[in-house]
Design a protein around this ligand. Structure first.
Ligand code: UGA
Length: 446
């Protein structure tokens, strides 16, 4: 919404949330305190906030006065009941639709921005249509569009400013053109594409599934590299130069995290099984299985290298976010690997450039039941190494690429191990200092 506000000064945008605390965080005078860290976002907000972009908790009023309403709520995987662990929990989408149905006036275009299971637009339509029955005196009408978001965290602003495409799905050409009129202010017309609602919803799930599948593919090859003497970055480079394959999304690592890939594939698997397409479901399911296997095998490798015993050993963890340039830890591989190490009795010294102690506490203690005295939170990257037996590089933050290993060597326990799951350290430098190195996908580990 910030990017729309910036590019369309004549459009008035209100971002509303029933959570007043969240809204006041977005209104914080100090732009360093925004609830989400995203490079470039605070600079845009500085220009547009309280001009044509307002953050408010007056949901009803805002909907009443709007021509277009974007639904951008969370759609996590269902925890209980039918489809638990497999399909999205749509309670917030449904309650948004009900709120819009109650508060809207005149004709309102309702845009699905959240990533949703295919056919959710029908649910929204059904709820909105009920307004005709309930309020027969008021002439309220709705058009429902799907306009999925393809931005990635950490590069959200540039992805929005320069998108590969903008997808608008719908069955009401007038409404679709009204939404197009917004994007045309900064997106070239040939990048704005129209489809029907179901193609649009399915395209979003498909894009994420294909991206995640590429990561599982390269990660499965990383394991083959380790046993054969090949090197995964070289293999990725060689295959990526084939223009049919392309070089992006071929970086091996500890597996994909983030709020979307796993959830979207699970939705695809659920949809396939619902329609009896079991082979299709199994095919996509394997992408998730390889992803968690990758984390398990990294953990087993660490235990094996540290003599099969982690009890009372100190392990430094560099990075807790699911990728660099974000403070988001949802589905972060670091959570699973830290959980397994803690279960082995290790003590963890954790550092991240943007993730707060509070978030790590939520992930490890509140959600996984570990005690607060089993790990430390370190503001200074070098302090994690004090008395450590090993370090695990979990996130590819740039400062981890420039660590002074000689300085580190003087404070760690020997023999000291570096486990590089992101392939960011220089193996020659590490080895020349006599430090043991295990690098993901590196066939020279042995
Ligand atoms: C992903 C998609 O890339 C976006 O297009 C989509 O809009 C978004 O999900 C969404 O549906 O919200 P995001 O999860 O923010 O974006 O971040 P990615 O850059 O895709 O990274 C996801 C995970 O894959 C990270 O853990 C990252 O470290 C990992 N990854 C990515 C790799 O291991 N290797 C790669 O080559 C690329």
């Amino acid at each position: 919404m910030a990017v729309i506000a910036k590019n369309c000064p004549k459009i008035e945008i209100e971002v509303v949330d029933i959570n007043a605390d969240r809204i006041s965080a977005w209104n914080d005078k100090d732009l360093d305190n925004l609830p989400v860290f995203e490079p470039g976002l605070s600079e845009i907000l500085k220009d547009v906030r309280n001009k044509n972009l307002i953050f408010s908790s007056n949901v009803e009023n805002s909907i009443k006065n709007s021509d277009m309403v974007f639904i951008s709520v969370n759609t996590p995987i269902k925890k209980k009941g039918i489809g638990a662990g497999q399909t999205s929990d749509l309670r917030w989408v449904e309650s948004c639709a009900r709120q819009i149905c109650k508060s809207a006036r005149g004709h309102t275009i309702v845009v699905e921005k959240s990533t949703l299971p295919v056919k959710t637009a029908q649910t929204i339509k059904d709820i909105l249509d009920s307004s005709k029955v309930n309020n027969s005196n008021e002439n309220r009408t709705f058009s429902v569009l799907s306009n999925p978001e393809f931005l990635a965290e950490g590069t959200a602003v540039s992805d929005l400013v320069n998108p590969d495409r903008v997808l608008i799905g719908g069955d009401d050409l007038e409404a679709m053109n009204a939404l197009k009129e917004i994007y045309i202010n900064w997106v070239p017309e040939n990048k704005i594409i129209f489809t029907n609602l179901w193609s649009s919803e399915l395209s979003k799930l498909s894009a994420n599934a294909l991206l995640a599948q590429r990561i599982s593919s390269i990660n499965s090859l990383s394991a083959i590299c380790e046993v054969t003497g090949a090197e995964i970055d070289d293999v990725a480079n060689a295959v990526g130069m084939d223009s049919r394959i392309g070089s992006k999304f071929l970086k091996a690592g500890p597996g994909f995290g983030g709020s979307c890939f796993k959830k979207d594939i699970l939705n695809l698997v659920y949809l396939s099984r619902f329609y009896g397409l079991n082979e299709v479901a199994d095919f996509w399911q394997e992408t998730i299985l390889i992803n968690s296997w990758q984390q398990t095998r990294i953990y087993k490798e660490i235990v094996a290298k540290l003599f099969g015993n982690l009890a009372d050993k100190k392990i430094a963890i560099l990075g807790f976010a699911f990728k660099e340039n974000t403070n988001d830890t949802r589905e972060s591989p670091a959570i699973n690997i830290c959980r397994d190490l803690l279960n082995e009795g290790a003590f963890l010294n954790i550092h991240d450039c943007k993730v707060s102690e509070e978030t790590i506490n939520r992930d490890l203690c509140i959600e996984n039941g570990f005690k607060r005295n089993m790990w430390t939170y370190n503001e200074d990257v070098y302090s994690v190494f004090e008395g450590a037996h090993a370090v695990i590089l979990m996130t590819e933050w740039s400062i981890y690429k420039r660590l002074k290993w000689e300085r580190i060597l003087s404070v760690v326990k020997k023999p000291f191990w570096v486990f590089d799951t992101r392939l960011i350290v220089n193996p020659n430098e590490i080895k020349s200092l006599g430090i043991n190195l295990w690098q993901l996908g590196n066939g020279k580990n042995h």
